[in-house]
Ligand binder design. Structure first.
Ligand code: A3P
Length: 348
């Protein structure tokens, strides 16, 4: 199948598919591989691929783009708060962050047979029917919710530049967050066990192997990064490292303020920084009642290893990876990031 982006999409077959479906129970509708790039997605991606590629952004949009587990939620909350709640007095902030910042391509994960079908009584469908009357959910629930979201919109995506509208950067601002691959692996492993769309049931060792083979859903991390890194000089792209945001929080907050043109005072920035720090966000999430959590979270994993807000640290991989796993990821990093040039280095 040829996509509007120029990629071909082919269904995963044979042993490759068997392995994936055995280890990730959430991928029971199958997967597709896109080339060039070897991007890997659940089959449903192909139903929306062209619409996602054609999706028209607006000048006032800020798109938070990351590979999974690089700190999307943190950044989307910073951006939304800087733009919509700099004095922390906007009642809208009480709404969970994922309901204020739409996840553009979420539909591609939603059809997993591992979660109950999205019935008319689900929170998401009720929100869709209310906000998008007479629209067809098959055209992308989240894409259509994004469409009717009030300006200025902050939008989350895990798609790489090559699968989004080629005019994105000429139209809207993009903040790209990169994270050390070892922490990404540990965090994505936890997430894949936690969330039933993925439902990973094998070992961390196996997960590291999937990562270094570039065989995880959302495709090769290095390729995603490369596409953004190559555009880093574009005035509408701001590149942030999770580790820098963690270690030099105020320095990075000032840079984001300047990039967004939000003109927040130092006092406002301090407030936003505190409001969006890990413990505050984790506490807020725990106190917000969200029926989605009981449907898509594996509650035994929440009990044994934590929920969505797990550790929020740089370097937590040291507590989880064996020297062999570390060596595998180091080798992957050395090989795969070679052509990003000498100016590229992961922070640690
Ligand atoms: P850990 O699993 O290492 O804790 P994403 O939002 O892209 O899915 O990334 C999730 C990761 O970012 C998780 O990492 C999560 O705990 C962390 N995170 C979320 N909010 C954060 C915050 N305010 N500060 C630091 N890390 C945060």
């Amino acid at each position: 199948m040829l996509l509007a982006s120029g990629h071909t999409a082919e269904a995963l077959q044979g042993e490759e598919l068997e392995h994936q479906v055995r280890d990730f129970k959430g991928y029971n509708n199958g997967l597709v591989r896109l080339n060039p790039g070897r991007w890997l997605f659940p089959t449903d991606y192909t139903k929306l691929a062209d619409k996602l590629y054609d999706y028209k952004f607006r000048e006032s949009d800020v798109v938070v783009m990351t590979w999974p587990k690089c700190g999307t939620t943190w950044m989307q909350e910073i951006v939304w708060t800087m733009r919509n709640n700099p004095d922390l007095d906007n009642p809208q902030a009480m709404v969970p962050t994922h309901n204020r910042v739409p996840f553009l391509e979420l539909d591609i994960l939603l059809n997993s047979q591992n979660i109950p079908p999205l019935g008319e009584d689900s929170e998401l469908m009720k929100a869709f029917r209310y906000r998008c009357p007479h629209k067809d959910p098959k055209d992308g629930i989240l894409m259509q919710i994004t469409e009717v979201s009030p300006d200025p919109r902050t939008i989350k995506t895990h798609l790489p530049f090559s699968l989004l509208n080629p005019h994105l950067l000429d139209t809207a601002k993009v903040i790209y967050v990169a994270r050390n691959p070892k922490d990404v692996v540990v965090s994505y492993h936890h997430h894949s066990r936690l969330i039933k769309f993925h439902d990973f049931s094998s070992s961390l060792d196996q997960f590291v192997q999937y990562f270094v083979d570039d065989d995880l859903v959302f495709g090769p991390y290095w390729m995603h990064l490369k596409e953004a890194w190559e555009k880093r000089e574009h005035p509408n792209l701001h590149f942030v490292n999770y580790e820098d945001l963690k270690q030099n929080n105020m320095v990075e907050m000032r840079k984001i303020n300047e990039f967004l043109g939000t003109n927040l005072t130092e006092e406002q920035l301090q407030k936003v920084a505190k409001y969006t720090n890990f413990s505050e966000m984790k506490t807020r999430e725990e106190t917000q009642s969200d029926p989605k959590k009981t449907i898509v979270f594996n509650t035994d994993i929440v009990t044994s290893s934590g929920g969505f807000y797990r550790k929020g640290k740089a370097g937590d991989w040291k507590e989880h990876l064996t020297p062999e796993m570390e060596a595998k990821i180091d080798q992957w990093t050395q090989q795969k990031t070679k052509d990003l040039g000498s100016s590229f280095r992961f922070s640690s």
